[in-house]
Design a protein around this ligand. Structure first.
Ligand code: OAD
Length: 247
């Protein structure tokens, strides 16, 4: 019943935002952050790996960990949920995909221009001049836990860092601005596979709700976003999203 209601809301929408988190890629084999046992933050200390201070203190540890994650993401394939998001954009052209994920599975499934609020595993940049040297994470096939020295910038010689947003850092301004504008102007926002606890990204579905959009949540578990969701679909991205694509 609620699945039918959600599908009807999507079918009637003119502008849809799809807001995704790590659960979107879980069925592709990419680990989430906060799931018990399997989540990355259950197994690793974010403070040692995902802050500017951690990179400064031990660049080889941090670069090796991101190189391992990049290798896993590269080996993963988009799942039926990613493909449904791309099909939704084909059916409703005014669809904006806003992702917290640093993998490229939305792009590989066919989404044209997903907004990456937390950066990308595949866009390393120099800590000095901010340049984006190409293909640096491709250099090695890292194992879990292997330390790898980060490359040096070809222009200025400074260390190259992963192109992701770390704790304590600002989100990319243009991406955040575009996401907020899309959320404020949509009829329907789908929030998929996110715990909704990391700000400012977690504001995006709340902005849509405040602006009067219907919020549809796809998640096997309860989250703080239940409170702003018009329809809560308890299930996984790959099983539920295909049913929300207009025929
Ligand atoms: P989390 O790990 O916090 O939450 C993942 C959510 O996905 C949970 O609510 C799960 O219940 C749900 N989930 C698990 N499997 C699913 C499936 N197959 N289908 C649908 N949902 C599923 O991940 P995020 O919310 O993305 O930030 O985390 C937000 C940010 O915290 C990340 O972008 C990252 C992290 O620290 C940075 O690195 C800056």
């Amino acid at each position: 019943m609620s699945l039918e209601r959600a599908a009807a809301l999507v079918a009637a929408a003119r502008h849809v935002v799809v807001f995704t988190g790590a659960g979107m890629s879980a069925e592709s084999g990419v680990p989430t952050f906060r799931d018990d046992l399997t989540g990355l933050w259950a197994r690793y200390d974010a403070g040692n790996l995902a802050t500017p201070e951690a990179f400064h203190a031990d660049p080889d540890l941090v670069w090796g960990w991101y190189a391992w994650r990049a290798a896993r993401a590269r080996a993963a394939e988009p799942n039926a949920g990613h493909r449904a998001v791309a099909a939704l954009e084909a059916a409703i052209p005014a669809t904006t995909v806003v992702t917290q994920n640093v993998d490229d599975l939305h792009e590989r499934a066919g989404s044209t221009a997903p907004i990456h609020l937390h950066g990308s595993l595949f866009a390393p940049r120099c800590v000095g001049d901010g340049a984006h040297p190409a293909a640096l994470i491709d250099a090695e096939e890292p194992d879990e836990g292997r330390r790898i020295a980060p490359p040096r910038c070809v222009t200025c010689g400074a260390l190259v860092r992963p192109g992701v947003v770390w704790f304590g850092e600002a989100l990319p301004e243009a991406a955040l601005h575009a996401a907020v504008a899309a959320a404020a102007g949509c009829d329907v926002l789908l929030t998929v596979g996110t715990s909704g606890v990391v700000y400012p990204a977690a504001e995006i579905p709340r902005i849509a709700a405040r602006a009067g959009a219907a919020v549809i949540q796809v998640n096997p578990d309860a989250t703080p976003l239940d409170a702003v969701s018009t329809v809560n679909l308890r299930g996984t991205a790959a099983t539920l999203l295909p049913a929300l694509v207009p025929a």
